[in-house]
Ligand binder design. Structure first.
Ligand code: AMP
Ligand code: MG
Length: 498
């Protein structure tokens, strides 16, 4: 073995708690070697954050490891079992059908992180699938997850995209790739459902204990740690979905198996960003009834949390009725907890530093005006900052509205509200610019980048990537990245299948 290979193999210092402590929750599975691994993109800043030497992995030997063709030292590759409600229907066995957990490392800040390969071949959970991923969806997850991170939203991260040199059969033959995904863990609501559905209460308890120790250590020793776990997950999910709503993010496939217990955004499949504000926006081709439409995301996460609550019932109280009563009460807190996170975020977006009773109404009135005027969600908020700085900039916001009457009425209310806070307008505008992004990974730009990458040209991907990593910094020359497409994504569709 040459030194490059040796240092790539030794790049991760694994400490695999799930493989070690959670036998019975996974299948030991090696990734399948590929023809010709080639590094497409490697996330060097993330490697540093993970405490990994970027040079050790950003190499041909690193590509072999991250494609699954060679095994890193200390890795115990496993595929995790999970179940899940998909579009409301329960599947008792899903599991990692195209993903393999290489192991866990402790990052530079002392946090435990999963290193997972997605698209690394068949596992015992693959069912009829090929265990593979195509380049397009891999790069989509790479860029959108990194954009979400830059927006300050809890998310899994992307360490690398490696081409496999093999074709994958979808509707056509597409170039194959493997994504290296980094997550606080890959424990999902569906992981709990897998064991609860089999009546394996002891395993549900072990999983809950593992999740508490890993994600909510402050709950160890709580009077009822499992009830506390539920409340804590509810809180993180309420906060997370509120953040999605504030950037116009539509996850697209909020099945319970795609809901992480850690509170990170996970599984970027058919996700997309809304342009004109419309709560019924759906882009996913498989979401025919709009179950996961933009505006449904808060009630859907509450529905998913109800499924999580059901898995914990035997741990809450031996008397089922009492357990149901407790969990129902906890679940009923969701609308209020969500509303609190949402309102805090909306106040920041509107430049409000104090709280008044009418603030939720004020925010909703702007959204109603945006809906009626078919105004672009991201641009409207972005342009409010300059308007708060200097009244002459109101025209730039107004211009986004097809029917500006609603906005005109609203802007009078907003100005009156701002006037009740004694705050320097420039300072206020600066805080608004720091929370209202100028750049999101707009659908048409992502598609353009992926189409070019498919043809071997990574320049559009790299350009867009650079922009979305700086979502709050407007730069000359980046103008087109801030604009919605001319057709406002009329008829735009996303597809599943990383
Ligand atoms: P998703 O809708 O992407 O969250 O995936 C749902 C389930 O389908 C998971 O159990 C995946 O592992 C499985 N799956 C999706 N695509 C494939 C594939 N190409 N090969 C094997 N399993 C897959
Ligand atoms: Mg999934």
């Amino acid at each position: 073995m040459n030194t490059e290979t040796a240092s790539a193999r030794a790049a991760f210092r694994f400490d695999n708690s799930f493989a070690r402590d959670m036998a019975g929750f996974y299948a030991r599975t090696d990734p399948a070697p590929v023809d010709a691994p080639r590094m497409i993109r490697f996330n060097r800043p993330l490697a540093v954050e993970l405490g990994i030497d970027p040079d050790a992995l950003d190499s041909p030997s690193g590509a072999e490891i991250l494609a699954g063709s060679a095994l890193a030292e200390g890795s115990t590759p496993i595929a995790l079992a999970y179940a899940g409600h998909q579009f409301g229907g329960f599947s008792p066995q899903l599991g990692d059908g195209r993903a393999i957990l290489l192991g866990e490392i402790i990052d530079a800040s002392g946090d435990r992180r999963d290193i997972q390969l997605k698209g690394s071949g068949r596992t015992p959970f693959s069912r009829r699938g090929d265990g593979r991923a195509a380049l397009g969806p891999v790069l989509r997850e790479y860029i959108v997850s990194e954009a979400m991170f830059a927006l300050g939203i809890p998310t899994t991260r992307s360490l690398a995209a490696v081409a496999t040199g093999e074709g994958v059969r979808r509707e056509t033959i597409l170039p194959g790739a493997v994504l290296t995904r980094i997550a606080a863990s890959h424990i999902r609501i569906g992981t709990f459902q897998f064991f609860a559905a089999r009546g394996e209460t002891d395993k549900v308890r072990r999983l809950a204990d593992h999740a508490i120790a890993r994600h909510y250590p402050e709950l160890i020793g709580a009077a009822n740690p499992y009830f506390a776990l539920f409340a804590a997950v509810l809180e993180r999910q309420a906060a997370l979905v509120a953040r999605w709503m504030q950037v116009g993010f539509i996850h697209g496939v909020m099945n319970t198996d795609n809901c992480a217990i850690s509170g990170e955004t996970i599984d970027y499949g058919p996700c997309a960003f809304m342009n004109a504000y419309d709560r019924s926006t759906v882009y996913s081709s498989i979401d025919r009834n709009g179950r996961y439409a933009y505006g449904n995301q808060p009630p859907i996460i509450q529905w998913n949390l109800a499924r999580f609550a059901e898995t914990l019932l035997p741990l809450i109280d031996a008397a089922r009725e009492r357990a149901v009563g407790q969990m129902t009460t906890a679940l009923e807190q969701f609308p209020e907890r969500y509303a609190a996170h949402w309102l805090a975020g909306m106040r920041a977006k509107l430049g409000l530093s104090t709280a008044e009773d009418g603030d939720a109404d004020l925010a909703n009135a702007l959204l109603a005006a945006m809906r009626d005027g078919r105004a672009d969600f991201t641009l409207t908020f972005r342009r409010l900052g300059p308007a708060a700085r200097d009244e002459s900039a109101f025209a730039e916001v107004r211009a986004l509205f097809g029917f500006p009457q609603g906005f005109d009425d609203w802007s009078i209310r907003w100005r009156e509200r701002l006037a009740r806070e004694r705050r320097d307008p420039a300072e206020r505008a600066d805080t608004m610019d720091a929370v209202n992004p100028a750049y999101i990974p707009r659908n048409h730009l992502v598609e353009e980048a992926l189409a070019a990458a498919h043809d071997g040209d990574m320049a559009p991907f790299d350009a867009l990537h650079a922009v979305v990593l700086r979502p709050f910094e407007e730069k000359p020359g980046w103008g087109r990245y801030a604009l919605p497409p001319d057709d406002a994504d009329e008829g735009y569709q996303t597809f599943c299948g990383t």
